[in-house]
Design a protein around this ligand. Structure first.
Ligand code: FAD
Length: 378
């Protein structure tokens, strides 16, 4: 693909980028997704641990709006997702746990990144390619310069495109957009703020299963008022048979801000486990293994009030992501579709799928020309 000019370069293979790329690709635009990590899904992240998996980012999907409901229906029908629990508990300031109103939560037994893998079907994705620089060329194209870890394959370190979608958290987009010197754009992106978070995976000896896991009324508990903790979930209950109890713990934003630059992630994770131990059982403090992930941009705290961000430039550029609204996953899906629609209207105004038809078309590996009576685009 070296030297070729693609129609659309999508930066970021999270829910927003994949939804946008899936829509444009199926409408016949030649689309390439650029992803800095080795996998898809972004903050719907799963890590392999101890011969199994654990979810490091969003722990489940639930119906938050029209798009998450449609995606749940399609993924549920295809058995990618299955019900996990109706009830998440809440830790009250007086120390008593209490169930929240019931609402079904769905998980992927193979890990929540299965949702990203589903949306990525059929797309051309360049992994291990971090976009580090975006410029407008004299030839009226976008030029993207890419960073890659050593030994990460022979994909090119640059790409030329007619249009760009920036589908990454706003603070990560800022260094790419600032050099374009479009003050309206940078001001809007700069107004978005994110909270950081830590996620800790802790695995315990199988003989502790009864004490730590089975004797508890909850599979997951939230801590809305705690200084350090925000979530504790029995992640191993998502997959059976589970040989040992594995919990995933999320920090509060405040704790993450205080410890964000720590170089000893294990010590940070241990502090969080100690907190869980003081609330529940001392055994929480002594796992068999512990893994810690730092999310610099976990949740958007101050969002942008429209579904996607477009500005008038000589070439199309659209920004999208969970920062374009309030309901994180629902917003990421809606924003990705809005970006596809906005870009399409600046390109060739082709027919696009409705959301449900898009998810079905992804599942059945179909293009728009296969489903609607529109001409194939050469
Ligand atoms: C611990 C945690 C718990 C959560 N819990 C929930 C929950 O319960 N409910 C809920 O609705 N949401 C939850 N979320 C939030 C939810 O996961 C996100 O809102 C959603 O996944 C965001 O999707 P996105 O596509 O906007 O961004 P992302 O998923 O962040 O995708 C962006 C992608 O871009 C890539 N990237 C970044 N910079 C570059 C670059 N320069 N070049 C190339 N690639 C780049 C990243 O690697 C990433 O893959 C949680 C998140 C975390 C971290």
């Amino acid at each position: 693909m070296t030297g070729e000019i693609v129609d659309v370069a999508v930066i970021g293979a999270g829910l927003a980028g994949l939804t946008c790329a899936g829509q444009l690709d199926r409408a016949g635009y030649n689309t390439v997704v650029l992803e800095k990590s080795r996998g898809v899904g972004g903050r719907l992240a799963t890590r392999r641990v101890a011969g199994t998996r654990a979810d490091l980012g969003a722990p489940y999907l639930q119906e938050e709006g029209r798009l998450s409901s449609l995606l749940l229906r399609v993924l549920g029908n295809r058995r990618v997702l299955q019900p996990w629990t109706e009830t998440v508990w809440q830790w009250n300031p007086d120390g008593s746990p209490q169930p929240e109103p019931p609402q079904p939560r769905y998980i992927a037994p193979s890990g929540m990144n299965a949702v990203g893998k589903f949306l990525a079907a059929g797309l051309e994705i360049w992994f291990d390619r971090r976009v580090c620089d975006v410029t407008l060329t004299k030839n009226h194209t976008w030029h993207l310069r890419l960073d890659a870890p050593r030994g990460s394959g022979d994909l090119p370190l640059e790409l030329t495109a007619k249009a760009i979608v920036v589908a990454i958290p706003a603070p990560q987009a800022l260094p790419l957009l600032e050099p374009l010197r479009v003050s309206e754009l940078t001001q809007k992106v700069r107004s978005v703020e994110y909270d950081p978070g830590f996620a800790v995976i802790a695995g315990y000896a199988p003989e502790k299963s009864e004490q730590l896991a089975e004797d508890r009324p909850w599979r997951a508990i939230r801590f809305p008022h705690h200084d350090a903790l925000s979530w504790l979930g029995l992640d191993s209950s998502k997959r059976s048979p589970s040989s040992q109890p594995i919990f995933v713990l999320h920090s509060s934003a405040e704790f993450a801000r205080t410890n964000l630059e720590s170089t000893d992630l294990e010590a940070v994770g241990q502090q969080l486990l100690d907190q869980a131990a003081s609330l529940f059982l001392p055994e929480f403090a002594t796992p068999e293994f512990l893994q810690v992930h730092r999310w610099r941009y976990a949740f958007s705290r101050q969002s942008y009030p429209q579904d996607c961000l477009t500005v008038r430039l000589s070439l199309p550029l659209v920004c999208c992501g969970d920062w374009c609204g309030l309901n994180r996953i629902e917003t990421a899906l809606r924003s990705g579709l809005a970006a596809a629609s906005a870009l399409n209207s600046q390109l060739q105004n082709r027919s696009l799928f409705s959301a449900i038809d898009l998810f079905e078309a992804i599942a059945d590996n179909k293009l728009i020309a296969d489903v609607y009576s529109v001409g194939r685009h050469e």
